[in-house]
Ligand binder design. Structure first.
Ligand SMILES: Cc1cc2nc3c(=O)[nH]c(=O)nc-3n(C[C@H](O)[C@H](O)[C@H](O)COP(=O)(O)OP(=O)(O)OC[C@H]3O[C@@H](n4cnc5c(N)ncnc54)[C@H](O)[C@@H]3O)c2cc1C
Length: 573
């Protein structure tokens, strides 16, 4: 039996990283394991703030090492912004719970506008705060405006010193109770339109920063805060005008990548519990895992989870290799956000169907996973927002491939400085991609890859022959249904590339595409049912509902992989 691709704290050793990174990641796992499951569960159930985790992170310089770009790291070789190791840490934190991940995640977001700023004093201050063990916050959202950040009501009025007085509230702001630095987005009272936007650094300990409450019913702190005549000095301003708006979007581009790894970590931990429970539960004299439907559900969950990992790992390479002439990451990023996180929901759903009542028990990790996995598709842009974004790339991706030098696996100790100089968040429709067909061709002998390829080619034929008409192009409900089909082609593409790079077992790859064939069929059926779908499009949709190619021997071998997870990991009590 090949090694399991799932994170297992018992054997975790990220040997592909440099020694210091390896030590810090292992130390994080050890901290959680030594603290034990009882404390993990009790603090979650009691909504207790995880100050002990932040103390550990501060003492080990964890966030300072991972979140200080090399240019701000004063020559410390441990400090760099490295998406590969950030992804590894994000997965570990998700594995132990959404709250630990979230405090790290909003620190990432809070730092985004700072590391994109030319304000050297603010950068130095952020680096110092990180070194002192502080966490950060990102103050973008407001209670009344949701995704519509153009309408911010946090208003800056010029004062006599060249600075401002800031007034207004922010809502849903993580770490807003403790952050050493809060990046706050607002607009000037005296300048109309986009030129009036401002991003500035606030201090949550200042008396004019008023913490109102925790908005959520959870261990993590998602704050409402108000600024009452908060003095914004010239040296606190990070960005002005359109650059402030771009900084907001580019920060979310960097930050939202962590949601996929959080989903993966949550699913991994939940899977150990679920398989172990189901396999050891005996009903009517047989193991629950002897039921064929249970085997199918757990095997599907496993295949979906491995696919999530393959796609996300490969997306890291595109992130790290990005530059002004290669912005393909701008497609793969919303894919990790909407696709991988919704896959995470499916993985947990499948397992919960199997373990049923056990998934409610307060002293399991699973009951927390079942709740928290739902959050990830909804944060930092909903599924709709990210799918609408993905659609902008569809024409070029499917029909206008371009030559790009091959992107290798990127585990090197590089600093991903381009992420902080992404430039204006425009021109997405002009981005070109390498030919998706190459990866599919290379695996054409895998039966379900070939079957899925028929569906993918079919999508191109649909768009060529029966492209959305003008009314359909204005109908986001219709377009989102189409977008789900497109997203599957992109998903399969990077999964195949990563399978090649890692020598993934053929059974697992075939099984993953068995799932994708069924998913494509499901989304085609959905498109078929839309009121806006034309008769020709509806005929196409039904013609592309396909059956995966069954293989009983593969199914049996896949089950052995899943069964091997039973007892493979249990958190230290
Ligand atoms: C636990 C939690 C933590 C958070 N942490 C932070 C934080 O630290 N900092 C911060 O600034 N914010 C934070 N947020 C805010 C969060 O990112 C937003 O709430 C989230 O992006 C969704 O916005 P909304 O719920 O207001 O939905 P809305 O924006 O109100 O959207 C309503 C509906 O309209 C749809 N919609 C909106 N715009 C579009 C579009 N362009 N295309 C298609 N459909 C669209 C949406 O998909 C959704 O279905 C947090 C929220 C929560 C719940």
């Amino acid at each position: 039996m090949a090694d399991s691709p799932l994170l297992n704290p018992r054997t975790y050793d990220p040997a592909h990283f440099d020694d210091e990174t390896r030590r810090l990641l292992r130390a994080t796992v050890d901290w959680f394991e030594n603290r034990g499951k009882r404390a993990l569960i009790d603090s979650y159930n009691a909504h207790a703030w995880y100050g002990d985790f932040l103390d550990f992170a501060a003492k080990r310089g964890l966030f300072a090492a991972f979140l200080t770009p090399a240019t701000d790291g004063a020559g410390d070789p441990a400090k760099r912004w490295d998406t590969a190791r950030n992804a590894a840490l994000s997965e570990i934190l998700g594995f132990y719970g959404l709250g630990y991940w979230y405090t790290w995640q909003v620190t990432v977001l809070g730092l985004g506008p700072v590391w994109q700023s030319d304000n050297a004093a603010a950068r130095a201050r952020a680096a110092e705060l990180l070194a002192d063990g502080h966490v950060m916050a990102f103050g973008l959202s407001e209670r009344s405006h949701g995704a519509d950040i153009y309408s911010t009501d946090l208003v800056l009025t010029p004062d006599s010193t060249g600075g401002f007085r800031a007034n207004g509230g922010k809502y849903y702001i993580g770490n807003g109770n403790v952050a050493g630095l809060v990046s706050v987005f607002g607009r000037r009272a005296d300048v109309e339109g986009p030129d009036g936007y401002v991003f500035f650094a606030a201090d949550s300990r200042h008396p004019a920063y008023q913490l109102v409450r925790n908005v959520v019913n959870a261990q993590m702190y998602v704050s409402e805060f108000r600024l009452e005549d908060y003095p914004v000095r010239v040296e606190d301003v990070l960005h002005s005008g359109r650059a402030a708006f771009d900084a907001a979007l580019n920060t979310v581009n960097v930050g939202k990548f962590n949601l996929c790894t959080a989903s993966i970590g949550i699913c991994e931990h939940a899977m150990y519990e679920a398989v172990t429970h189901a396999h050891n539960r005996v009903l009517y004299g047989r193991r629950v895992t002897d039921f064929p439907h249970v085997r199918r559900e757990l095997t599907d969950a496993y295949a979906r989870l491995v696919a999530m990992k393959l796609f996300s790992d490969r997306a890291v390479d595109y992130f790290r290799s990005a530059g002004p002439d290669d912005r393909r990451y701008l497609l793969f990023n919303p894919m990790t956000k909407m696709k991988v996180t919704t896959e995470g929901e499916k993985v947990v759903d499948l397992m919960w169907d199997v373990i049923a009542a056990k998934g409610f028990e307060a002293d399991t990790y699973f009951d927390k996973a079942a709740k928290d996995i739902r959050g990830l598709p909804k944060l930092e842009g909903t599924v709709h927002v990210n799918l609408a974004l993905i659609l902008k790339f569809m024409a070029n991706y499917l029909f206008q491939p371009a030559d790009h030098p091959p992107v290798p696996t990127r585990h090197d100790a590089g600093d991903d400085e381009f992420l902080f100089r992404q430039g204006p968040a425009r021109g997405l429709g002009a981005i070109r991609f390498h030919d998706w067909r190459t990866a599919y061709d290379a695996h054409a002998e895998v039966p379900n890859v070939a079957r899925f390829r028929e569906q993918a080619d079919g999508l191109c034929a649909l768009l060529a022959a029966h492209a959305p008409d003008e009314a359909q192009q204005r109908d986001l409900d219709f377009l989102l249904a189409l977008g789900q089909l497109f997203a599957l082609v992109v998903y399969g593409h990077l999964i195949l590339e990563q399978a090649e790079l890692t020598g993934l077992d053929r059974d697992v790859l075939d099984k993953i595409f068995d799932v994708l064939v069924r998913d494509f069929s499901g989304s085609a059926t959905e498109l078929h049912g839309k009121a806006a779908t034309t008769a020709e499009q509806a005929v196409w949709a039904l013609a592309h509902v396909r059956r995966p190619i069954p293989d009983p021997a593969r199914t049996a071998r896949m089950w052995e992989r899943v069964e091997a997870l039973s007892g493979a990991y249990q958190m230290r009590p």
